[in-house]
Design a protein around this ligand. Structure first.
Ligand SMILES: NC(=O)c1ccc[n+]([C@@H]2O[C@H](COP(=O)([O-])OP(=O)(O)OC[C@H]3O[C@@H](n4cnc5c(N)ncnc54)[C@H](O)[C@@H]3O)[C@@H](O)[C@H]2O)c1
Length: 374
């Protein structure tokens, strides 16, 4: 039996529900927001009996690798992962930001500094957005954290400033970190939020659009309302914030830099979890970045994309705790042999927002441990 088949067995044994091919849920259907791995009995039978027959004379049976039966490069329709409700999302921890504890590297290239800049990060209350926001603060910026969950954002803002004080006890100026509610997919909410940020900070120079989410359903059973919501947050949300900040920069006749958080899923198809709408949404984010970078170059506004690979956030950690075999499958496809940590994005985002990248626009920076070049 291949390692993949073995891990698949374990994976499916832990399945909480069985779902019919027609999409009807059994009586053990999960509450919305619960993460489940499902597989029909018919699918299990097919999976465990598929593949060429054994031929090895010595063993009587020859084991076939996952590569031989092609299962490495296929999606598995039975994997269903629904994005949890906001109150079920685990909180993220504030990371030690200044690098090696107690070690301050000086001097370094001044062009990497975000001093005197005001940055906005959407989806900044947790996960990657939170850590990238912290990276901006450590690099000298003031920060506006935007999220649906303003309470969590407020807790994290305090924690970021506390950590900054601890790491820079002699700092003459503390960063200003504010928090703002917005549903990034709603134009009115976005406009109100931008006005609030400008009222509090006086201006905006940098934007990072990290609000977004993924979930897994086979395409033929993807609930249309969930798909629209997914595109609304990932694509509309990026577009609405980017255009609102661009209008502000153009009014001020000021240059600025934006980073859209895409995903390697915008360039490749992840396996085994099916997620066609998410992949398409992230491809849209990447090309939106390219298109806007050309349209706004004459205004001095740079637009770049960061496409992370598999990153270990509090949320992905929870999914993997529930499904340890999935981690093995993912990691086996990453040349660096590990998932990324959110801190791996601190440097790339600072680089792209700062003058260190002043001749870089329209780029897609893959931060994926080499996943997409294999
Ligand atoms: N974690 C990964 O492995 C990974 C890999 C590639 C790309 N990404 C992308 O990175 C971004 C951040 O992912 P994450 O793992 O940090 O997710 P996360 O769920 O930990 O954090 C997302 C944040 O966005 C907020 N949010 C969601 N919908 C919103 C809305 N409509 N308006 C405002 N805020 C909203 C949430 O409240 C949450 O705080 C997403 O765009 C995701 O697609 C993540």
């Amino acid at each position: 039996m291949s390692w993949l088949a073995r891990s698949s067995r374990t994976l499916y044994r832990s399945a909480a529900v069985l779902r019919t091919r027609q999409g009807a849920l059994s009586s053990t259907a999960p509450a919305p927001g619960r993460i489940v791995m499902t597989m029909t009995q018919q699918q299990q039978q097919h999976r465990y009996s598929s593949g060429p027959k054994a031929t090895s004379p010595s063993a009587g049976k020859r084991e076939h690798t996952a590569a031989e039966d092609g299962s490495n490069a296929r999606t598995d329709d039975s994997i269903t992962v629904e994005y949890p409700a906001a109150d079920k999302l685990p909180a993220s921890k504030t990371v030690a930001g200044a690098g090696r504890t107690g070690v301050h590297v000086f001097p370094t290239l001044a062009s990497f500094s975000l001093q005197e800049k005001v940055g906005v990060v959407t989806g900044g209350a947790r996960g990657l957005g939170l850590v990238m926001g912290q990276g901006m603060v450590i690099s000298g910026a003031d920060l506006a954290i935007v999220d649906l969950n303003k309470d969590e954002a407020a807790r994290q803002a305090k924690s970021i400033v506390r950590m900054f004080k601890k790491e820079h006890p002699d700092a003459k100026k503390l960063p200003k970190v504010t928090t703002h509610f917005a549903d990034v997919s709603d134009p009115e909410s976005v406009e109100a939020c931008i006005a609030e940020i400008i009222a509090e900070h006086g201006k905006i120079d940098n934007l990072v659009t990290s609000a977004g989410f993924t979930e897994n359903f086979e395409a033929i059973a993807y609930p249309i309302d969930r798909m629209r919501k997914l595109w609304g947050v990932n694509v509309d949300g990026t577009y609405l914030f980017a255009t609102a900040v661009a209008r502000h920069l153009m009014d001020r006749k000021s240059k600025g830099s934006m980073v859209f958080i895409g995903s390697m899923s915008g360039a490749i198809v992840n396996v085994p979890q099916p997620q066609a709408p998410y992949n398409a949404a992230k491809a849209a984010v990447r090309h939106l970045c390219a298109s806007l970078s050309v349209e706004w170059a004459k205004a001095g506004i740079r637009v770049n994309c960061i496409s992370p690979g598999y990153m270990l956030t509090a949320l992905t950690q929870k999914i993997l705790d529930d499904n340890p075999d999935l981690k093995q499958q993912w990691t086996s496809l990453i040349p660096q042999g590990r998932m990324g940590s959110p801190e791996d994005l601190m440097g790339p985002v600072t680089f792209l927002l700062s003058d260190a990248s002043s001749y870089v626009t329209g780029a897609d920076l893959r931060v994926d441990g080499g996943y997409t070049v294999t």
